[in-house]
Each structure stands twice: as C-alpha cells, then as structure tokens.
Design a protein around this ligand. Structure first.
Ligand code: ZN
Length: 330
C-alpha cells in the first residue's frame, strides 16, 4: 500500500466512511435483565384470546425485543450525552445535516481516491462537477430537513474552491489527502460521532444490533387491567378498561451488538469510547425499553459478568482475536 493510500484510509476512518475495508470486527454478546415489568407492544390485539395490547412475539410465540427498538433507545440516550451543537438528533431535521455532510464528503473522497491511481494531478473537472449548481440543488432538496443546509453547501463549495486555488497541483497527492482532511475539519463537514457509529441517510451504520431473545425460552407473560384516564381532565373515561400484556421483572435477555472498525478495547478511539460509555450506563443505571415508562415499566440493565466482548483485528489477512468480559472494559 502506498503512503497516499494509507493517508486516505485514515482520513476515511476519521470521517466514518471506512466501511469498504475491514480493520476490526467486534462482537458484544450482551446479557441483560429486566428489573421492572417490560412491555414492547404490537398495538391492539385481535381476536378474543389474550389481551387488548399484547407484547411482541416471534413465530414460536416467544416474546422478544426487536433490535431496532434497542438501537433507537441506545441512540437517543447517547444523543443526550453529547453537546447538541456538535451532534445531530435522529428525531429532527438535524439528522439531514449530517446526512448531507456525509454525501458531500463521500463524493469528494471518492473523486480523490479514483485519481490516486492516475498520478498526482488534481481532478479539477470532477471536483467542479461535485459543486455545480444543479448537483447542489439536488442535494439541498434531498436533505431539506436540515435547518442550515445552505451553510453546509456553502462550506462544501469553499472546500472545493480552496483545493483548486491552493496551488497544490504540483504537490504530491499525499499532501492533497491531508489538505482535504484539514478543509473538511475547518468547514465542519465531518458527520457527528453518533452518525459515525449509528449511521444516517447517507452513511452506513458501524454497528448492528440483533433482537433480544429471552435466555431460556420459558417466559410467562402476565396481564394487567387498567382504567384509561382522560389526559385533560385526569378523570377515568367511562367504561374504558383495557388489558395489557407484560413480561414480569427478572427475566434475562441475550442480544448481540456487531461492530465494524471499532477498536472496542482502545478507549482513545472515540467510537469505542461511545460504546464503552453505553455499556457502562446500561450496567450502572440501565435504560428504559418499550412502553409505559411513565408507570416505571421497562428498566433493563446489563449483567457485565455474563456479557462478553470479542475483538478481532485484521492483520496481514489474518484475524487476531481476543475476548474480555464486559466488566473488565467498563
Ligand atoms: Zn449526526
């Protein structure tokens, strides 16, 4: 691998665009326990058996927690731990800003990458194509949720202008990669840390979270009857009794977090630090999963002495792996 190519790989990693080559593979086998009743629902049930509001079950009628629910809860908790000026929220238009940034820098990087093989000329025409008016209008439309999309676009144009005007045509392309990295940083085009792990509309996720299945299949759900309360008057709605199904406290659940290019054993890596913080919080305080949080349902905690992390590094075509208990790394 040439020096320029290594610089490019490092830049892609810095920007979260590094999923086309594998350096680390991480697998966290998590064991959790629901300390409070748990209700991940499927809406109003049909038929005369069971409850009005059943819990989610698989084809064998065994309750489970969808991985997408876990991922949503984990992401939104992590969002609350970072400075909102530097991170976006999946629940509002700011996600479109990170997505827009990701798409623009992907195009820039891709253009530079293709030209790495062609010698050391700056691809002027191709860079200009990325920032032509029509292309930019399409992007602004695509990510119109971003409240400051125009500013992102203006900054992207500045980056391209600076590259073209910097006089680096005569410099080896290795310097161009560094220069591009600096410019992306200066003009704040790097997607936020949450997006660099969880992904966004233009950026693939660095992690995958499986459904959580009960450890041992013998889960007995319970049913409670409640009275529907009018939200405005706080009075009981006449005749509005409803049943809901829930999983009683004390069951253990297993799920897997798979991660790519996250060195989970190195806390100086910001993606790794993020996952470690999540595991630590899940162990110490837990997170609320599913519905009826207002009545204290859904608190789920990690069991760190039963949860295992395995990190495999790709070295010269080989996988070098080591495993640790989660309690050793948090
Ligand atoms: Zn983001």
């Amino acid at each position: 691998m040439t020096d320029e190519y290594i610089r490019l790989l490092n830049l892609k990693r810095f920007l979260g665009l590094d999923l086309d080559y594998l350096t680390e593979y991480v697998e966290i086998k998590a064991v959790t326990i629901n300390e409070e009743p748990l209700r991940v629902g499927v809406g109003r049930g049909e038929g005369f058996e069971g409850s009005d509001l059943p819990v989610v079950k698989d084809g064998n009628n065994i309750p489970y927690i969808p991985g997408s629910s876990l991922k949503g809860v984990f992401r939104s908790w992590l969002e609350s731990t970072y400075d909102p000026l530097n991170t976006c929220l999946a629940s509002d238009g700011s996600l479109d800003c990170c997505s827009l940034k990701a798409e623009v820098i992907y195009k820039l990087i891709d253009c530079i990458k293709r030209n790495l093989y062609r010698g050391f000329e700056i691809p002027v025409r191709e860079l200009r194509t990325i920032t032509d008016r029509q292309a930019l209008n399409r992007l602004t439309q695509k990510y119109r949720g971003c409240p400051h999309g125009d500013e992102v676009i203006t900054n992207a144009v500045k980056v391209v202008d600076n590259i073209l005007e910097s006089g680096v045509e005569s410099i080896r392309l290795g310097k161009l990669v560094d220069y591009l990295g600096e410019q992306i940083d200066i003009f704040r085009l790097r997607p936020c840390i949450i997006c660099r792990v969880f992904g966004n509309k233009a950026l693939a996720s660095h992690i995958n979270i499986s459904d959580a299945k009960p450890k041992g299949n013998d889960v007995r759900t319970s049913i409670r009857t409640r009275i529907a309360i009018d939200r405005f008057t706080q009075a009981a709605l006449h005749g509005a009794l409803f049943d809901y199904e829930f999983i009683p406290p004390g069951y253990k659940w297993e799920f897997k977090i798979t991660g790519w290019n996250i060195n989970i054993l190195d806390s100086s890596d910001d993606k790794s630090k993020l996952l470690q913080t999540l595991l630590k919080h899940l162990t110490l305080y837990g997170l609320f999963i599913g519905g009826m949080k207002s009545v204290g349902h859904g608190l789920m905690k990690l069991v760190p002495e039963e949860s295992v992390v395995r990190l495999c590094k790709v070295e010269k075509g080989d996988l070098i792996c080591e495993s640790r208990l989660v309690k050793e790394i948090i």
